[in-house]
Design a protein around this ligand. Structure first.
Ligand code: NAG
Ligand code: NAG
Ligand code: NAG
Ligand code: NAG
Ligand code: NAG
Ligand code: NAG
Ligand code: NAG
Length: 600
C-alpha cells in the first residue's frame, strides 16, 4: 500500500507538473533571451515565483527546461538539478529578485550584472605592522624539497573498456545510457576525457615518494567530476580512500586543503548564518580525522571548528602552513546567495587567517598559505578577494609563498602593493598554481619546489609530468622532469644565483613575456604540460593572459566581461573557456540553456 507520504508527494508532483506546463514556455523563452542583467533578473523573478510554491515544482520545472533545451543529457539534468536545485530555490525564497544578491547570482550563473564595485570593508588587525620587520636571511644552505600535488580527481568507478568518447563532461564509466559496444574503449591508465583512474594516482604518489620530499602540500579536489551522480556517501568514501592512499604511499607529512569538489553537492559549503543542517561539517570531521596524522591534533581541531581551515607548524622548521577553505569566496557556492544582508567574512575565515598570520609574526615564523581556488580569477568574489589582499599586504613580510590549484593549469598570480603601478618593486606576493593530476586539461603533473631552509622562499619550481600520448603510458606511466622554472626562465630574466623566485622575479618574467613572443608561447605550452595546448596567438589573448598573471585580486583580472556581454558571446572571444573549472554545475547548465537559443 502507498503511505500517505507517498500519495502526498505524487499529488505534489502532479501539481507541479500543472504549474510547469503553463509556465514552461514562458520560462523557456525567458531563459533563451536572458543575455543581459535586466533579463537575467526578470528570469530570476519567474524562477522565484516557482520556488515559492516549493522545492518539488521548482526541480520539475528546472529539470524539464534543462532537458528540453538540450543543455545536457537527461540523466545529467535530472541528477544535477535534484542536487543543486534545492539550494537555488532556497536562495530565491530568501532574497529580493532585483537586489545586489540577485545580481551576484546572475554574475555566477551567466556572467551578467558583473560590474559591481567592491563593497568597502577594512580588515582589522590585532597589531600594526612591526616597525622593524624580521629579516629572513638565506645562509645559502642546501634547499629542502617540497612536493605540490593538486586536483587528483580520482574516479573510483573508472572502468577499463567503457566508452571514453561519450556525450558527458566525464567518460570512461558505465553510465545508464552508455552504448552496448564502446567506440573508443577506455584504456588502463587514463584518458583526456576522463578523470584519473586509481592506477594513475598511485603511480604519481609512488613517483613523489621516490623523490623523497621533506613534506608535501595537496591543494584539493579529490572527488571526480561526475557532479550529477556524486552524493555525500560517495564523497565520504573518496576522501577517506585518498587519505589512506597518501598515507600508505608517502612517508613524509602532507598538508592538504579542501577543494570545491570535496563536498556534496559540488561547491556547496553552507554558511553558519544559513542555519541549515545541510552544511559540510561532515567533510570537516572526516578530514580532521584523516589529516590529524600530518597536521597535528591542534590543527585538526581548528579544521573542524573553522570550516576546513587550519594552521600547522612544519616539524623542525620555522615555517607554518596556513590552509584556508577558499570555497566560501567562490561564486559557484550557491549557499552564498541566501540573504540580502552582505557578509564581508562568511564563517570568519578572513579573521582566522589574520589570527594565524599574527601568531606566526609574533613567533618569528614564516608562512605558506595554501588553498584550492587562487583569488585572482573571475570565479572568486571581488569582495573577499580584496579583503584577502589587504591581509596579504599587512603580513607580506611573513608570507613567503602561496599555493593553489583548481584551474588545473601550471600558472601563477602576482600581488602588488599598488595594482595601478605594477612594477617589480611593488610586487609583494606570489601565488604558485597547479598543475593537476587529472588528464582532463593536459598531461598529468605535479610540482617540486627547492626551498631555502632559512627564508622558506622558493628557489626553484620544477614540473614533473607523464605523457598520456606516449605509447607506453597505458602499460605503465613514466614520470620525468618537464622543465625547471629557474633553468628555463632564470636566464631570460637575468636571475642571479642567490636570488629566490620572488614576486619581483615573476613580475620581470611577465615583462619578458610581453617582449619575447617565443618565451610567451613556451609558457603557453607549459600551462597544460604540452598536451591539449590552447592556442594563444592573438594580441587580445596574450594581453588577457599577462593581465591575469598580474592579478592576485579578482577585481584586477581581465576575464570579467563588461555589462551586457553574456556567456554566449564571451565563448567566442579569446578567453580560455576552461579557466573556470567548476565542471558541470548550475552555471554550465545555464550557459548551455542560454547558448541553445543560438541553435534555434
Ligand atoms: C537539505 O537536505 C534534505 C535532506 O537530504 C533535502 O531534502 C533538502 O532539499 C536539502 N535542502 C537544501 C536547501 O539543500
Ligand atoms: C567521438 O564522438 C564524436 C561524436 O560522436 C565523433 O565526431 C568523433 O569522431 C569521435 N571521436 C573518436 C576519436 O572516435
Ligand atoms: C598607485 O600608483 C598610481 C599610478 O602610478 C599612483 O597614481 C598612485 O598614487 C599610487 N597609489 C599609492 C597609494 O601609492
Ligand atoms: C626586475 O627588473 C628590475 C628592472 O629591470 C631590476 O631592477 C630588478 O633587479 C629585477 N628583479 C629581479 C628579481 O629579477
Ligand atoms: C626569447 O626567449 C627564447 C626562449 O623562449 C630565448 O631563446 C631567446 O633568447 C629570447 N630572446 C631574447 C631576445 O631574449
Ligand atoms: C608526448 O608524446 C607524444 C607521442 O610520442 C609526442 O608527440 C609529444 O611531443 C610528447 N609530449 C611532450 C610534452 O613531451
Ligand atoms: C593590454 O591592453 C591594454 C589596453 O590596450 C594596455 O593598456 C595594456 O598595456 C596591455 N597589457 C599588456 C600586458 O600587453
Amino acid at each position: 500500500m502507498w503511505s500517505p507520504r507517498t500519495i502526498l508527494s505524487i499529488l505534489l508532483l502532479l501539481l507541479s507538473a500543472l504549474v510547469t506546463c503553463t509556465s514552461l514556455d514562458a520560462l523557456k523563452s525567458a531563459v533563451q533571451n536572458a543575455d543581459d542583467c535586466q533579463s537575467c533578473l526578470s528570469l530570476l523573478g519567474m524562477l522565484q515565483s516557482i520556488a515559492l510554491t516549493g522545492d518539488d515544482p521548482f526541480i520539475v520545472a528546472f529539470t524539464n527546461l534543462c532537458i528540453q533545451l538540450g543543455a545536457a543529457d537527461p540523466d545529467v539534468c535530472t541528477g544535477l538539478v535534484a542536487r543543486e536545485g534545492p539550494i537555488f530555490a532556497h536562495d530565491l525564497r530568501q532574497i529580493s529578485s532585483t537586489g545586489e544578491t540577485a545580481q551576484k547570482l546572475c554574475d555566477a550563473l551567466m556572467g551578467v550584472c558583473v560590474n559591481h564595485p567592491v563593497n568597502p570593508f577594512t580588515v582589522t588587525f590585532p597589531k600594526p605592522p612591526p616597525a622593524h620587520p624580521k629579516r629572513f636571511q638565506s645562509r645559502g644552505r642546501r634547499p629542502i624539497r617540497v612536493a605540490h600535488l593538486s586536483d587528483s580527481h580520482v574516479d573510483r568507478l573508472y572502468t577499463v573498456g567503457a566508452e571514453s568518447n561519450c556525450t558527458k563532461s566525464i567518460c570512461c564509466r558505465d553510465f545508464d545510457d552508455s552504448p552496448e559496444i564502446p567506440t573508443v574503449p577506455a584504456q588502463p591508465n587514463g584518458n583526456s576525457r576522463c578523470d584519473s583512474p586509481i592506477s594513475l594516482a598511485d603511480s604519481m604518489l609512488e613517483e613523489v615518494e621516490r623523490l623523497s620530499p621533506r613534506f608535501s602540500i595537496f591543494t584539493g579536489d579529490v572527488v571526480e567530476h561526475t557532479t550529477w551522480l556524486v552524493d555525500e556517501a560517495e564523497v565520504k568514501t573518496d576522501l577517506k580512500a585518498f587519505n589512506d592512499e597518501m598515507a600508505a604511499k608517502l612517508s613524509a607529512p602532507i598538508f592538504p586543503s579542501l577543494g570545491n569538489h570535496d563536498t556534496a553537492p559540488v561547491n556547496a559549503f553552507a554558511r553558519r548564518t544559513s542555519k541549515t543542517t545541510n552544511d559540510s561539517q561532515w567533510v570537516f570531521d572526516i578530514q580532521s580525522a584523516g589529516w590529524e596524522q600530518w597536521i597535528n591534533p591542534t590543527a585538526a581541531l581548528e579544521l573542524r571548528h573553522h570550516s576546513g581551515s587550519y594552521s600547522s607548524k612544519v616539524p623542525g622548521l620555522g615555517l607554518r602552513i596556513v590552509a584556508v577553505n577558499t570555497q566560501f569566496w567562490y561564486k559557484q557556492n550557491f549557499w552564498l546567495y541566501d540573504s540580502d544582508v552582505f557578509q564581508p567574512d562568511p564563517n570568519g575565515l578572513i579573521a582566522f587567517l589574520v589570527n594565524a598570520l599574527q601568531a606566526a609574526e609574533d613567533a618569528g615564523d614564516r608562512v605558506w598559505i595554501i588553498g584550492h581556488i587562487p583569488l585572482g580569477k573571475e570565479d572568486t568574489m571581488v569582495d573577499q578577494s580584496n579583503y584577502f589582499d589587504q591581509v596579504l599586504q599587512r603580513y607580506k613580510n611573513t608570507v613567503a609563498g602561496m599555493f593553489f590549484g583548481h584551474s588545473h593549469h601550471d600558472e601563477f598570480e602576482i600581488a602588488y602593493s599598488n595594482y595601478s603601478a605594477q612594477t617589480a618593486e611593488n610586487a609583494v606576493g606570489i601565488a604558485f598554481i597547479g598543475p593537476a593530476l587529472t588528464p582532463t586539461s593536459g598531461n598529468p603533473a605535479f610540482k617540486i619546489y627547492d626551498v631555502d631552509p632559512d627564508t622558506f622562499e622558493v628557489m626553484d619550481a620544477s614540473v614533473f609530468f607523464t605523457n598520456i600520448s606516449d605509447p607506453n603510458f597505458q602499460i605503465r606511466p613514466t614520470w620525468s622532469l618537464y622543465y625547471s622554472a629557474r633553468d628555463t626562465y632564470g636566464p631570460l630574466v637575468g636571475l642571479s644565483a642567490v636570488e629566490s623566485l620572488s614576486p619581483a622575479f615573476w613580475h620581470n618574467l611577465t615583462e619578458v613575456f610581453v617582449a619575447n613572443e617565443t618565451a610567451f608561447q613556451m609558457y603557453n605550452t607549459f600551462i597544460s604540460r604540452g598536451g591539449a595546448v590552447s592556442p594563444c596567438n592573438d594580441a587580445q589573448c596574450k594581453n588577457t593572459t599577462i593581465c591575469d598573471l598580474r592579478a592576485f585580486r579578482s577585481e584586477n583580472n581581465c576575464d570579467t566581461p563588461s555589462e551586457g556581454i553574456s556567456l554566449r558571446r564571451r565563448n567566442e572571444g579569446s578567453i580560455r573557456e576552461d579557466d573556470v573549472c567548476e565542471g558541470t554545475g548550475l552555471a554550465k547548465i545555464f550557459s548551455a540553456m542560454v547558448g541553445s537559443a543560438l541553435q534555434d
